[in-house]
Design a protein around this ligand. Structure first.
Ligand SMILES: O=C(CO)COP(=O)(O)O
Length: 252
């Protein structure tokens, strides 16, 4: 089954009203491959979601960067999946390594979040990835498999999931994984899905790469068989995000 190329822009905790409008203008004016070729999702901080949704071209979508693990209520400072649905926000990023590391989100907690968000009708970009220490000790696959398993244990339907492989050592460091490094883990993850979830899910689930992707390195990465797109941080705030979207056509 053909997997449509997916490019996500994770703006993280960045942006002012003015900057957001500027980025949207750049995106709206860009000539990019059609929706049949590439799915584009931008993820501003919560407070800018309604503004971005209202201004953004209709062939691109928006994602939140997080949501609460269960139904909303007395959880000060949180934003619930129901609220995102109510605002017409179709996607949410969950399990980003910054939240895992800085806010102590465990594999199980991320699995619960993914399951709840899906149950409410959201589509999920679920992030996994190893630290440098884990890579150097040879445990990359064990780490990402455990992260994937914590999600797989809680869900039955993978239709609305995009798996983002984001090695922590490549995030915000300028040290991008080589195409071979990315392909190796993506292929292993697809095999893990085949062995532990099912052949159909393995062949249809998009596995995207994140970590220092930019306008210069995206094409080569996109050429790898199991790299189905990108989750872009820093470069998603810049005009080169358009070049990254265009790398969809570099797919073999
Ligand atoms: O964390 C990332 C996307 O979610 C990647 O960030 P950078 O592209 O800034 O390395």
């Amino acid at each position: 089954m053909a997997r449509k190329f997916f490019v996500g822009g994770n703006w993280k905790c960045n942006g002012t009203n003015e900057e957001v409008k500027k980025i949207i203008t750049t995106l709206n004016e860009a000539e990019v491959p059609s929706e049949d070729v590439v799915e584009v999702v931008v993820s501003p901080p919560f407070v800018f979601l309604p503004l971005v949704k209202s201004l953004l071209r209709s062939d691109f979508n928006v994602a939140a960067q997080n949501c609460w693990v269960r139904k909303g209520g007395a959880f000060t400072g949180e934003v619930s999946a129901e609220m995102l649905v109510n605002l017409g926000i179709p996607w949410v990023i969950l399990g980003h390594s910054e939240r895992r590391a800085l806010l102590n989100e465990s594999n199980e907690f991320v699995g619960d979040k993914v399951a709840y968000a899906l149950s409410q009708g959201l589509k999920v970009i679920a992030c996994i990835g190893e630290t440098l220490e884990q890579r150097e000790s040879g445990s990359t696959m064990a780490v990402v498999a455990a992260q994937a398993k914590a999600i797989a244990d809680k869900i039955t339907n993978w239709d609305n999931i995009v798996l983002a492989y984001e090695p922590v050592w490549a995030i915000g460091t300028g040290k991008v994984a080589t195409p071979a490094q990315a392909q190796e883990v993506h292929a292993e993850l697809r095999k893990w899905l085949r062995d532990n979830v099912g052949a159909d899910v393995a062949s249809s689930t998009r596995i995207i790469y994140g970590g220092s992707v930019n306008g210069a390195n995206c094409k080569e990465l996109a050429g790898e068989a199991d790299v189905d797109g990108f989750l872009v941080g820093g470069a998603s705030l810049k005009p080169e995000f358009v070049d990254i979207i265009k790398s969809a056509t570099a797919k073999k």
